[in-house]
Design a protein around this ligand. Structure first.
Ligand code: NAD
Length: 429
């Protein structure tokens, strides 16, 4: 999902890694091992469509590194998916698991397809086909998938069912993001969004601020964005703008309210992929604005929670002087040049692989519960999530202050150092 070499997410992920490898003075072998994935699977998935014809979809599973434990990472369904997006995302998963201190490695998967244009039966065919192609290369002991963009608990259950049919047993720890009651964990749906807000709360606390004193603009209105807004509002924050992708016009738009958006009301006019009905929003009194306008809102906090490459050299100047925090809900929403510019302006950027690690943390909790077949109450899951995210933020922030690093660099130093040590301790390098 990149539009040129400069914004290629894999190039960006490697550049970020190279900088940290220099800072940590990593040796040549460990650098070579960590700057690219250990394994890549590129697959073809034939699916008989509703019109009787067979369509062959391209899919991927990229396993970046499993020195700390079994690989973990979502599966995205998107028409513009690319191998390089998946490579970058698999690498970010490795750092994400490491920075929050969970014993998992990094992977990512995807299928080039447009769920908006596929029936439920056709999507089931893709899910089952993906597992049939990869059944020997994924599993509870080696690589545990999860939902991501345009995939949800229904897709995960089809995948689990196919995996169990192939392997002849019950393996609830094979996949996470399952429906509650079918091996899913309470709290998983809201975990990524809530995790963002736990971390934001800690970052604001350090500056003597409380969430109730702030307002925010959010890019995206899917799983991550909606739950981040839910907890942010519960803690007293105010959101003025959210944006989404209009699949008919093939462009993004945003809805802005002069006071605050009404989350529950907007949810009633939003489809399950996070697409808001623009006409109904207008009828409810929202102003419709172009997709990139969310960046210019006069707010304290920006929460990009949609796609990569959204805050770029071309868009960073449009950010209001009032903004003091950018918390990256999406993976890779800020390009390195824009990131530098944010730093110069004194804006605190909380990096993606720390900010949105709540999802994988709760996925890990789900995996643990599934493997022992004993499930924790909702408040226990959220309590453990809060503790994990808070501790991870504090370690990153302490290192940033003691070594005069940005939060992104400090998070990278902690994560890369943990993975590099695990590779060395295993005797790989
Ligand atoms: P989702 O499919 O539920 O929602 C995506 C939202 O972004 C939708 O509202 C969509 O309309 C909107 N969108 C897409 N393109 C856009 C654009 N160009 N401009 C504005 N809005 C746009 O996906 P999600 O699960 O909420 O994931 C969002 C981001 O968070 C992704 O980068 C994903 O990789 C990352 N992430 C997700 C999880 C998770 O647990 N779901 C965990 C970690 C990171």
């Amino acid at each position: 999902m990149s539009s040129g070499t400069a914004l290629n997410p894999y190039v960006m992920a490697q550049q970020q890694f190279d900088r940290i490898a220099d800072l940590l003075e990593l040796g040549q072998a460990v650098r070579a091992l960590l700057r690219q994935p250990m394994r890549e699977h590129h697959i073809s998935i034939p699916v008989r469509m509703d019109n009787g014809e067979v369509h062959v979809f391209r899919g991927f599973r990229v396993q970046h590194n499993d020195a700390l434990g079994p690989c973990k990472g979502g599966i995205r369904f998107h028409p513009e998916e690319t191998a390089d997006s998946i490579r970058a995302l698999s690498m970010w998963m490795t750092w994400k698991c490491a920075v929050v201190g969970i014993p998992l490695g990094g992977a990512k998967g995807g299928v080039i397809c447009d769920p908006y244009r596929l029936s439920a039966r056709e999507q089931e065919g893709i899910c089952r086909g993906w597992v049939r192609q990869l059944a020997k290369d994924v599993g509870p002991q080696c690589d545990v998938p999860a939902p991501d963009i345009m995939t949800d608990s229904v897709h995960m259950l089809w995948m689990l069912d196919e995996f169990e049919a192939i392997h002849g047993g019950r393996y609830p720890g094979f996949i996470t993001g399952k429906p509650v009651g079918m091996g899913g964990s309470l709290g998983r749906t809201e975990a990524t969004g809530y995790g963002i807000i736990y971390v934001l709360r800690e970052a604001l606390k350090e500056k003597g601020l409380a969430i109730a004193d702030t307002c925010a603009a959010v890019q995206g209105f899917g799983n991550v964005a909606q739950h981040a807004i839910e907890l942010y509002e519960k803690m007293g924050g105010r959101v003025t703008t959210v944006s989404c992708w209009d699949q008919t016009a093939c462009s993004a738009f945003a809805v802005r309210h002069k006071d605050r958006i009404d989350l529950e009301q907007l949810r009633t006019i939003t489809d399950r992929f996070g697409g808001i009905d623009a006409q109904q929003a207008q009828e409810l009194g929202y102003e419709l604005i172009p997709g990139s306008e969310w960046l210019s809102d006069d707010v304290d906090i920006l929460i990009p929670a949609a796609m990569e490459n959204q805050i770029t050299a071309a868009t960073v100047d449009r950010i209001s002087p009032r903004v003091r925090f950018v918390i990256e809900g999406a993976n890779g929403p800020t390009t390195p040049d824009a990131d530098k510019e944010l730093g110069k302006r004194g804006i605190v950027t909380i990096p993606d692989f720390l900010a949105n690690a709540g999802g994988v943390t709760c996925s890990y909790f789900e995996q643990v519960q599934s493997n022992i077949n004993f499930f924790w109450p909702h408040e226990v899951v959220l309590g453990r999530l809060d503790t994990t995210m808070t501790n991870a933020f504090r370690s990153v922030s302490d290192l940033a202050q003691s070594r005069n690093l940005s939060l992104r660099d400090a998070a990278y130093v902690i994560a890369v150092d943990r993975v590099a040590r695990a590779c060395k301790d295993r005797g790989w390098v």
